[in-house]
Design a protein around this ligand. Structure first.
Ligand code: SF4
Length: 443
């Protein structure tokens, strides 16, 4: 169970010596309870207190790393049920299953398509994470396909096999990539645990229900395995959601350590729309890895966009640097549009300005990442702020005119803005979609 600040305080030396950087032992204890600090900061902990605190300060859901270097995927380490309570930390990994009974050229083509599933959205690069090789036939073919996949993609690997001899060979080829083994159940637990230990790679524990999983993870933990991922098998969406929610709840709220691991889900359906819908459901609640078979662009883009939204820190809206951006071959006559520094707003405006093919300046005002109307209501997008930005970015040195275009939603500020800034204000369209025709018809 998680220890409260007072429980932790009872284990401390209570001398208030301040060596930890806090004025009192109680203040230090409160920080430890919030998991905001390492217990090493206090040099006066006895062995027993240290052991108790170390256990209590472990993350409720263990972080697990798959893959290496630039293609490393860290999952788990989540601390809240709901994003608004703080934030979701490690974005759900998206991976694609490749069956080893496909032909070599088909596998090559699939990998070529998967490797280019990268999208830029609101200034961030979104990419997929894993390729899972699934054994369907003999072990020799599985090893061949793992080799082919390892040679043709840098993405993290999942080795889906119950054949421990074949897995051993596949691990020998791919151990540098720290693949995830899928997966240990009550039948093959000993063999797969041995392989995971020998090659020091993470392992999926599979059972139909939470009790079964709990027994498995405790056994694996006794065998020295800590980097585990949970799977309760393919089920109806509502049953799977129930499992995922209960696992998260039991790990976070009841401190059940045997379920404190990230979860993996495999989506098995031939209908690509249903597949994307189901995968999206699990990204929302509470999968850490989702494996699918479909790798069409629209599927990956929609799932990665959803993931980006869910895993964005709600306290810190995506922001761009406030400054003047030059779009196209601008000159001193180019129009100047004003908007906020909320990424989604800026990139929407940018897309429409580019579509207009009218070279323009976009001045993004520092509104702490708020969109136009929110920033206006919060007095972050005001005539004063816009005037200050015009001065700060020396806009008068960029253009030979003194005309600026403001979003239609804040037309109400145009009089005050003209007075404050001395610039002539033109009211642009309310919706960004109106920008191309507005710019083309600008006199
Ligand atoms: Fe208390 Fe340890 Fe901090 Fe000293 S270093 S104030 S004993 S918690």
């Amino acid at each position: 169970m998680a220890l409260s600040g007072l429980d932790i305080y009872k284990l401390l030396a209570k001398t208030n010596c301040k060596e930890c950087g806090f004025a009192t032992c109680l203040a230090f204890a409160m920080q430890i309870a919030k998991k905001a600090l390492s217990i090493d900061k206090c040099p006066y902990l006895g062995a027993e207190a240290k052991a108790a605190l170390e256990t209590a300060s472990l993350p409720p859901i263990r972080p697990v790393v798959i893959g290496m270097e630039n293609n490393k995927l860290e999952v788990g380490n989540e601390t809240v049920m709901f994003r608004h309570e703080e934030k979701f930390r490690n974005p759900c990994g998206l991976g694609f299953i490749i069956d080893d009974n496909l032909g070599d050229s088909q596998i090559k083509q699939s990998l070529e398509k998967i490797n280019v599933l990268k999208f830029e959205r609101v200034g961030q690069l979104l990419n997929v994470n894993l390729v899972a090789v699934k054994q369907n036939g003999d072990g020799k073919r599985f090893v061949e396909v793992v080799r082919q996949v390892a040679e043709n993609t840098k993405l993290g690997l999942v080795l889906m096999s119950e054949d421990s001899a074949a897995l051993k060979e596949a691990l020998a080829i791919s151990r540098e990539r720290r693949p995830l083994i899928y997966g240990a159940d009550s039948e093959n637990l000993t063999n797969l645990a041995q392989l995971a230990k020998e090659f020091q790679v993470p392992l999926v524990a599979r059972a139909k229900d939470l009790d079964g999983l709990s027994v498995l993870t405790q056994e694996l933990s006794k065998q020295g395995l800590a980097d585990l991922v949970l799977d309760t098998g393919t089920k109806k969406i509502k049953d799977k959601l129930w499992d995922l929610t209960q696992i998260r709840r039991l790990a976070l709220k009841k401190s059940i350590r045997s379920l404190g691991y990230p979860c993996l889900v495999i989506v098995e359906t031939e209908d690509s729309y249903a597949e994307a819908l189901e995968a999206g459901t699990y990204i929302l609640k509470y999968a850490s890895i989702v494996l699918v078979r479909g790798f069409q662009n629209w599927q990956a883009l929609s799932l990665l966009t959803l993931r980006q939204n869910i895993y964005t820190d709600p306290q810190k809206p995506l922001q761009i640097e406030p400054k003047v951006y030059k779009i196209g071959a601008v000159d001193e006559k180019s129009p100047l549009l004003v908007t906020t520094n909320f990424s989604l707003t800026y990139y929407t405006v940018l897309g429409e300005v580019e579509a207009s093919k009218v070279p323009s300046y976009i001045m993004s005002v520092d509104t702490e990442g708020m969109s136009v109307l929110t920033a206006w209501a919060a007095e972050k997008f005001t005539p004063e702020k816009i005037s200050d930005s015009l001065d700060k970015f020396a806009v008068k040195d960029l253009v030979a005119h003194k005309r600026l275009i403001i979003p239609g939603y804040v037309a109400v500020m145009s009089g005050d803005l003209e007075e404050q800034s001395g610039w002539q204000v033109r009211v642009g369209p309310k919706e960004a979609a109106g920008i191309p025709s507005f710019l083309k018809n600008l006199q």
